[in-house]
Each structure stands twice: as structure tokens, then as C-alpha cells.
Design a binder for this molecule. Structure first.
Ligand code: ATP
Ligand code: MG
Length: 246
């Protein structure tokens, strides 16, 4: 049997991961996820479900006590963030994701501290998606709006030419128009060939644009399917979409 799913290569495989912050308390309780090459994966679920923790587990920022995380087949479980960045994992945390006292240009350079030689080439790629930032490179990031900062944060992570981009709530705290823009930009990044794993509180919107989604509940993947399947699943609607946006 051949179809797109069976022939695609997995970029990230999270297999039965148990992870937590405090001794003896696991937040992730056997959580699994697969992101195939070129996919846009959405992760939704109630507050406290462990969505951010899952991204942090992939990015080596929380203790993984069981299970494995693989990047293109290689075990990366527990590797530190700097190693993960050089292997092609980009992470955009929800908050504090730019250096406010630095200019846009300096923020982009910080994203490349491990490989400054490719600056010019990567700047071209990034300003191809975020043209407006290219015109304002000397502006301090602290003087930007929330939506603009989010774009600097995405651009900075893209500077290293990541194989996979982990995004934690890129639309949070933005006005409705800016939220739309954030989703459009994530789609553009994905269409440019970057596999994306995006956590979102704007669940419907997330499922509308993602290829496949995962609903996390109490540290486990409770439901998975294409974005459309999850949107049309009465249980998912009743339990997770009822009050979470339109
Ligand atoms: N640094 C930490 N130390 C201890 N517990 C933490 C830490 N960060 C998160 N937690 C706990 O882990 C659980 C899951 O948190 P997490 O941030 O992963 O949830 P989430 O699904 O991202 O929620 P939200 O939708 O509110 O962002 C929560 O109970 C939270 O209190
Ligand atoms: Mg979170």
C-alpha cells in the first residue's frame, strides 16, 4: 500500500514520553506524536494539558523520564537546546522570545550565533517571508508591537534553517487581525518546506490550517486525525472546541 502518509519520512517522532518538572510528578504521561516531512502539525487541548511541556520536552527543557524523541531517525531524547538547534530544531516560546534591547538585525544575528557564515543567505529567505522586517533592521525589537515581535521571533528561529519549527501559541495576545496574520505566516513558513509543530489556544483556527492535529489532555494524546477530521468529530467539538473561539 502506497500513499502520502506511508511514503513520507518522519522528521519528529515522540514515542510514549513521560516527563515532568518536579520529582515524582509527571506532566506528560505517555504522550506520542509524529510529524512527517513538510507537515504542519497542530496541538490543542485545555489549559494545563501539557502542550507547552510537550514542546519543551522535544527541545530538551524538561526532564524526559520515559519514552523517546527522534529527529530524522536519530535519538535526541534529553539533548540540550544548543545541540538541538545545531541539529535543526527551532523553538519559539510563547513569551520572552525576542531580545527587546537589541535591534531586529541583532536579534536575527543572535539566531545564527552557531553559524554566522550563512547570515546573508538566511536573511534573504527570512525577508522573503517577512518583507517588512527587512526594511526595519535597525529598529529596536522592544519598540515593536506584539505581532511584530512574534514575527521577529519566528524569523530568528528560521535563521538556522531548521528542519522543524516548534511554535508555542504564535497567535496569543494578538488582536484578531494580527492573529490572522500570524496563522498566515506560519502557513507560509510551512509551504516554504519547514515542518512545523504548533501549539495553539485558538483551536478551531489551528485545526483549519494544520495537516494533522493532536488533542492533548492530561499529558496524553487523546485524539488525533487530520485537521478536518478533528473539527468534524462530535466528541472533540463537545469536549475541546465548545468554548475555544469560533
Ligand atoms: N516550570 C514548571 N515547574 C513545575 N510545574 C510546571 C512548570 N511548567 C508547567 N508546569 C505544570 O505543568 C502542567 C502543564 O503545563 P503546560 O504549561 O505544559 O500546559 P499547557 O497545556 O501549555 O497550558 P496553557 O494552555 O495554559 O498554556 C501544569 O499543571 C503546570 O502547572
Ligand atoms: Mg502552554
Amino acid at each position: 500500500m502506497t500513499n502520502a502518509t506511508t511514503t513520507a519520512a518522519p522528521v519528529v517522532v515522540v514515542d510514549e514520553v513521560h516527563a515532568g518538572y518536579l520529582p515524582g510528578v509527571n506532566i506528560l504521561n505517555g504522550c506520542s506524536l509524529v510529524a512527517q516531512q513538510g507537515e504542519l502539525i497542530g496541538i490543542i487541548g485545555p489549559n494545563g494539558a501539557g502542550k507547552s511541556t510537550l514542546l519543551k520536552a522535544i527541545f530538551g527543557q524538561v526532564n524526559v523520564r520515559g519514552g523517546t524523541i527522534k529527529l530524522e531517525g536519530a535519538d535526541i531524547t534529553g539533548l540540550k537546546a544548543n545541540k538541538l538547534v545545531s541539529r535543526g530544531v527551532g523553538f519559539i516560546p510563547q513569551t520572552n522570545n525576542v531580545f527587546p534591547s537589541l535591534t531586529i538585525e541583532e536579534n536575527l544575528q543572535m539566531g545564527l550565533y552557531q553559524n554566522p557564515g550563512i547570515y546573508k543567505e538566511r536573511l534573504e529567505f527570512v525577508t522573503g517571508i517577512f518583507a517588512e522586517l527587512g526594511k526595519r533592521l535597525k529598529q529596536r525589537a522592544g519598540s515593536l508591537s506584539g505581532g511584530e515581535r512574534q514575527m521577529v521571533a519566528m524569523s530568528r528561529a528560521l535563521m538556522m534553517d531548521p528542519k522543524v519549527l516548534l511554535l508555542d501559541e504564535p497567535s496569543a495576545g494578538l488582536s484578531p487581525v494580527r492573529q490572522d496574520e500570524a496563522f498566515i505566516r506560519v502557513s507560509e513558513i510551512n509551504k516554504a518546506g519547514v515542518t512545523c509543530i504548533m501549539v495553539e489556544q485558538n483551536a478551531r483556527r489551528c485545526l483549519q490550517i494544520c495537516d494533522r492535529g493532536y488533542v492533548l489532555d492530561q499529558g496524553r494524546d487523546a485524539y488525533t486525525g487530520t485537521g478536518r477530521e478533528l473539527l468534524n468529530d462530535p466528541k472533540v467539538t463537545e469536549l475541546y472546541l465548545g468554548t475555544l473561539g469560533t
